[in-house]
Design a protein around this ligand. Structure first.
Ligand code: CO
Length: 137
């Protein structure tokens, strides 16, 4: 697989309303999009830092994986997402062949219309890892 850059860092927060002012007023970043991803039961807020984004994740339901993460580990960095130049499907096949445990066996739609898939933290030195590709690129 060919990773071009860190596409985004996913950060679990209890409240976008409470977190966004830190990123805007203290760090001087601009929230350019807020989007609800219904099937992941999260509301997301995006900031750009160069080529990389910060994706704040607020749970919209108590059974959201983000709600469970915050309950167990508190707010903070939840996952790291790599931009894959040559396709998420083939990257998944490649790492699965190398014995990596997959959360998603096939790419699915994530925020911003990206094709995404998660690798299991048991196989990624405990960092929940997302592979992304922009289908419009
Ligand atoms: Co993500």
């Amino acid at each position: 697989m060919n990773i071009s850059h860190i596409e985004h860092l996913g950060i679990a927060v209890k409240s976008l309303d409470e977190a966004i002012p830190y990123y805007e007023n203290i760090l001087g970043l601009k929230c350019y999009s807020i989007e609800e991803v219904a099937d992941q039961k999260v509301k997301t807020a995006f900031f750009k830092v160069g080529q990389t984004k910060i994706e704040l994740l607020e749970p919209t339901s108590e059974d959201s994986t983000i709600a469970k993460f915050i309950e167990k580990r508190g707010e903070g960095i939840h996952h790291m997402a790599f931009a894959i130049e040559d396709g998420v499907a083939s990257a998944l096949a490649e790492v699965e062949a190398k014995g990596v445990r997959l959360i998603d066996k096939a790419p699915r739609k994530g925020a911003e219309g990206l094709n995404i898939a998660f690798l299991h933290p048991k196989s990624t030195c405990s960092v929940l890892t997302e592979l992304c590709e922009d289908p419009n690129k």
